[in-house]
Design a protein around this ligand. Sequence first.
Ligand SMILES: Cc1cc2nc3c(=O)[nH]c(=O)nc-3n(C[C@H](O)[C@H](O)[C@H](O)COP(=O)(O)OP(=O)(O)OC[C@H]3O[C@@H](n4cnc5c(N)ncnc54)[C@H](O)[C@@H]3O)c2cc1C
Length: 471
Amino acid sequence: MLTQPLKSLSLNSLLISSTLASLRTLFSSSSSSSFLITQKTKQTMKFPSFSLNFSQHNNILFIRTILILLFSCATIRVDFCFSSFQSSLQELPLEGNFSFSENEFAAKDFGNRYHFLPLAVLHPKSVSDISTTIKHIWDMGPFSKLTVAARGHGHSTRGQSQADQGIVINMRSLREPEMRFSTGRFPFVDVSAGELWINILHESLKYGLAPKSWTDYLHLTVGGTLSNGGISGQAFRHGPQISNVYQLEVVTGKGEVINCSEKQNADLFHGVLGGLGQFGIITKARISLEPAPKMVKWIRVLYSDFSAFTRDQEYLISAENTFDYIEGFVYINRTDVLNNWRLSFTPDDPIEASKFISDGRILYCLELAKNFNPDNKADTINQDIEGLLSPLSYIRSTLFMSEISYVEFLDRVHTSELKLRSKGLWDIPHPWLNLLIPRSKIKLFAQGVFGNILKNTSNGPVLIYPVNKSK
Ligand SMILES: Cc1cc2nc3c(=O)[nH]c(=O)nc-3n(C[C@H](O)[C@H](O)[C@H](O)COP(=O)(O)OP(=O)(O)OC[C@H]3O[C@@H](n4cnc5c(N)ncnc54)[C@H](O)[C@@H]3O)c2cc1C
C-alpha cells in the first residue's frame, strides 16, 4: 500500500497526544489551569460511591453538579485541545500559513447546499508545506478523527472540498512551479495542481499548443478535475482529462512526496486520478498537449425523436474525420430555444427557422464543433461539415452555425457565468447529478425520465452525450 486514505487521519490521537503533551508542559511549567482539569476528572470519577449516603434532594443536586462538571470539563478539554492543536500547527516550519478564523469561504462550494466549517485552512506556498502538515497529522496517530480536504476552486456540489472541523488545504495558493512547457514530439506542460485550466489554455496557446481534453467550464483547478474525471465533448476521442496525464506528484496520507505515472508507482497514479481526493493530494501534473487550432465551427441542431438523436450521436463518435467536440442537451417545455440561439448563432435557413415552433415538445439538441485554421488554404472545413451532417436525421430548419475563436469556444460557459452573476443567479444552490448509463439502457432511461419524472428543464441544463468506454 503506497498511501493511506487521507480521510482516515483521525482526531482521537490528537486529543490523546495533545493532552499528554500539554500535561508535560503543565508539569514543567507548574501551570495551574490544566492541572485543575486533571484533578476535576479524578474527583468526578470518585463521586458515585460518595453520593450514596445523601438524601434524595441532595442526590439530585449532586447529579446536577456532576453533569455540570462533566460538561464544563468536556468544553474545557475541547478548547484546550483545540488551542494546543492550533499552536502545534502554528509551530510547523512553513513558507505559507494557517488561518484559524474567517474561513467561511472554505465552508462553501458551487453546490451551496453543504457548509462545513474547518478548524483551520492551510495556505501553502510550497509542496513541502503540504507534506509537513500531512505528516504532522499522520504523526498524531491512528485514532485521530481529523479530516483533511484539498480545495481547488471549490466548484464541487456536495461539500467534497470541505472538512468538517478538519483542515482544508487551499490549493490555489500553491503556485509553484511556474508552468513549464516541453514542445517536442509529445508536447506537455508541467503545472501546479492549484492552477486553473483557463490559465493553462492561455499560456499554452503562446506555444501554439493546447491540452486535448477539457471540461465545459475552465475556471476549475487541475487537481480538482483530475480528482474527478474531467469530461466534455472531446472525451469520445481523447478520453477524459485523467487519460491525458503523463505524470503526477502526490503528497500521500503519510506526508511523503511521491512521483507517479503509468510506469512508476502506478497504483498511486491510478488511485489518485479520479480518486476524489481520498488517496493523496496532487501537487503537480504533467498534462499532454497537441497543436492548437485557431477557430471553431460551432453547430447546433434539434431532434424531436430520441432514438434518432442518440443514433446520430453514436454514429458521429465513430465516424471517420468526425467533429472534434460532440455533446447534446435535452429541452422539455421550453419555448425560447431557437430565439436564445439566435443571439450567438446564424440559422442555416432563417425563413424556415422562423416557422419552427418548439412549444411543449421534448427536444434534443445535438451540439457539435469542428476546429480549423483559417490560414490553412487547403482546409476543406465546409465540405467536411456538409459531409458529416448530410446522413443525420435532425429537423432541417433547426441547423444553426457560428464561427468563433478556439478560446471563445472553450471558455463559453464563462460567458453564461457572467450573465448569471449579473442577475445574482450564480450563487444559488445547485443540486447536480452525473450518471453514466450503458448504451443498452439509454432508450429505456430516456422514456422513463424525459417528460415523465422530469417535466421541464427551465431550471438548469440537462446534458446527454456518448463516450467511448475504451477511452
Ligand atoms: C459550472 C461548472 C461546470 C462544470 N463542468 C464540468 C464538465 O464539463 N465536466 C466535468 O468533468 N466536470 C465539470 N464540472 C465539475 C468539476 O469538474 C468538479 O466539480 C471539479 O472537482 C471542480 O474543480 P475544483 O477545482 O473547483 O475542485 P474542488 O471543488 O475544490 O475539489 C473537488 C474534489 O477534488 C479534491 N481535490 C481538489 N484539489 C485536489 C488536489 N490537488 N489533489 C487531490 N484532490 C483534490 C477535493 O478534495 C474534492 O474532493 C463543472 C463544475 C461547474 C461548477
